[in-house]
Design a protein around this ligand. Structure first.
Ligand SMILES: [Zn+2]
Ligand SMILES: [Zn+2]
Length: 137
């Protein structure tokens, strides 16, 4: 069994922890991820079961349709504004956390890049990673 994945927002009001392993780890260069991160992409670890993620603190949530058309529920800390995790209306059992919110962000192991079609010339990501123009599949 691996060390739990733990993390939270910048001020510490929102914390999460899970003993599950992520099913997908990726960078996303879609416009939504650019807007919310303030830079060229966002980076996520996606876990299969929201029910196996313990979250403490009261995150504020808002919804937006991603470029894929899927509604995403973004959760951020109302105190410090850090985006911490997101869930998906159509797949309510999944939960994704932002890579740099981990207590040990070095554990993030990106597997591929989504929405490479929106990638900006100045946002260089490891060229060895597979790139999908939009979503895979
Ligand atoms: Zn906070
Ligand atoms: Zn995105």
């Amino acid at each position: 069994m691996t060390e739990p994945y733990r993390g939270g927002c910048a001020c510490g009001a929102i914390r999460y922890e899970t003993t599950s392993e992520p099913i997908v780890e990726l960078h996303c260069q879609c416009r939504e991820c650019q807007k919310r991160s303030g830079t060229g992409h966002s980076s996520y670890l996606t876990f299969a079961l929201r029910s196996e993620m313990t979250i403490t603190g009261e995150a504020k949530e808002w919804q937006v349709a991603g470029e894929s058309g899927n509604m995403k529920v973004h959760a951020f800390c109302p105190n410090c504004g850090t985006p911490v995790y997101l869930t998906f209306v159509a797949m309510p059992e999944l939960i994704a956390v932002h890579a740099a919110s981990l207590d040990e962000p070095g554990r993030f192991k990106p597997q591929f890049v989504t929405y490479g079609v929106r990638g900006l010339a100045w946002d260089t990501i490891d060229a060895a990673l597979p790139r999908f123009e939009r979503m895979p599949g």
